[in-house]
Unconditional design. Sequence first.
Length: 116
Amino acid sequence: MTHPARVLTVRRPLVRPTSNPHRLLRVMRGWLVRRVLVLGAVLVVLGMLQVGLRLQVMHLGYDLSAARKMQLRLEHEQRELEVELATLKDPGRLGEVARRRLGMTEPGKGQVVILR
């Protein structure tokens, strides 16, 4: 027993027949031009975005460098102030300033009163 061969029949055409064959070419060209223009616009936007981000990174680098210089300067100034404070708090220096500038002398016997 043999099966009859199947035949594919198309009842209506898949593409509408055009009276002008150049019309299809114009439509395809328009579609291609629009796609190329959109792709070009996307590439331009991405390029501008990349340039903007690089500029931001560069400016942040400059700001970071300036902040680091300021930090180093402030640390140096803090060390100098700590040395100056230690010098000013030195008991020997305080005694000398009290004698020279204020005219103070060491207390004699009976001048020291201890409070409890």
